[in-house]
Write a protein that binds this ligand. Structure first.
Ligand SMILES: Nc1ncnc2c1ncn2[C@@H]1O[C@H](COP(=O)(O)OP(=O)(O)OP(=O)(O)O)[C@@H](O)[C@H]1O
Ligand SMILES: [Mg+2]
Length: 361
């Protein structure tokens, strides 16, 4: 037995060992170096639940921070703009330029511009996002990165205010970056709204499954116990980052000095069941009967939208609305013309098992 389990099957928790997504990281670093208006400073990242959007945002934030940038984190789950204006940015301003020290002149902090006296009072009335950001930028020689997670839940009005402000700052050659992440279809819908037009020109990335060699690297590189053979674990994980961490965690926990084939085989079912309890069950919670019926037809192996409609005893047109609602929920993906697929690994098994949560240890 070794020390603490090094795997982290927790949403939003950065892994001990990162692998994959190299292109995005490189592009972003290039964008920061590229100067104001560089297209790689505006990113929109889409993907299914548990595919690694939040931890990718954290990696990108780390790149910005290591370049001396200030990072402002926001989420679509709260009023994005109000939170930035009324708490996140004021907190940063006070951190960089504490009110008590504001009389000090000529102080220079690494990465921070020269601070002179009589900087505007940070509690002026009716601040707007644009004013706040300009105030912050004035204190910096570097730039400001804004990240917005869970964009699919954002209020369109708030997102559009953010987009307009960001566009203004870019026009003024400010050093700003905006990176947004969320469920694929929800993002698509938000970017189609008027007011967010500008964001449609941002670099779009769609996170797919990790490559098998990256999965193998995460498993063997995270664990301080050697794997006898990592291949069966890679197969179970199906490139899905949450499953990689979960499987690693469970196999590590039950193994002795080495992680053997028996350890991996023994935790396979628990892994799939936990995936059901943690991911499938919550995402199916409020799904109405018509959509569930559609999913069950898919779980039985149907992928053609006309076959699914036929199974449901409906015309293809009558199921269009159901399909688009399932796309919105991130439960299915379009898989070529007239075809759909379940968006998450083991969702078919979960549905075929009656959508119940079984034993969880
Ligand atoms: N590139 C990676 N390398 C190693 N582990 C990863 C990687 N990407 C994600 N993970 C792991 O996968 C799990 C899920 O990641 P994350 O929480 O970022 O997913 P998400 O896409 O934000 O999910 P949700 O849509 O529910 O917010 C976490 O345990 C995380 O540590
Ligand atoms: Mg997330």
């Amino acid at each position: 037995m070794r020390g603490m389990n090094p795997f982290r099957p927790t949403f939003g928790a950065s892994p001990h060992l990162w692998a994959g997504r190299q292109q995005i990281l490189t592009d972003f670093a290039t964008g920061l170096a590229g100067g104001p208006g560089d297209p790689h400073r505006s990113l929109v990242i889409g993907g299914a639940r548990g595919i690694g959007k939040t931890v990718l945002l954290t990696e990108l934030e780390d790149i910005a921070i290591s370049n001396g940038w200030v990072v402002l984190r926001a989420t679509g789950r709260e009023d994005t703009v109000d939170t930035l204006v009324n708490s996140t940015i004021p907190a940063k301003l006070n951190e960089l330029d504490p009110p008590a020290k504001r009389t000090v002149t000529g102080v220079s902090i690494a990465g921070v511009g020269r601070i002179d006296s009589d900087v505007a009072d940070h509690t002026e009335p009716v601040p707007t996002l644009g004013l706040r950001l300009r105030e912050l930028l004035a204190l910096l020689e570097t730039g400001v990165m804004i990240t917005v997670d869970e964009v699919q839940d954002a209020d369109p009005e708030s997102l559009s205010r953010l987009a307009v402000t960001y566009q203004d700052l870019i026009r003024d050659e400010a050093n700003v970056s905006l990176v947004m992440a969320g469920l694929t279809h929800g993002i698509g819908k938000l970017l189609d709204l008027p007011g967010t037009t500008f964001l449609r020109r941002a670099r779009r990335y769609e996170l797919g499954p990790l490559q098998d060699e990256d999965v193998a690297r995460i498993l063997t590189g995270t664990s301080d116990k050697p794997f006898d053979d990592v291949a069966p674990a890679v197969e179970i994980a199906q490139g899905y980052p949450y499953l990689v961490q979960l499987l690693g965690y469970l196999a590590y926990a039950r193994s002795g000095e080495r992680i053997g084939a028996a350890d991996i085989a023994a935790v396979r079912d628990e892994c799939v069941e936990t995936m059901g309890a943690q991911v499938h069950h919550p995402s199916l919670k409020d799904v109405p009967a018509a959509q569930l019926a559609y999913l069950h037809a898919m779980a039985d192996g149907l992928t053609s939208t006309s076959d699914i409609a036929e199974r449901l005893g409906k015309t293809p047109n009558a199921t269009t609305d159901t399909r688009s609602k399932l796309l919105d929920r991130g439960l299915i993906d379009v898989a070529g013309w007239g075809h759909v697929q379940l968006a998450l690994p083991y969702l078919a098994e979960f549905l075929r098992g009656g959508g119940r949560i079984n034993r969880i240890s």
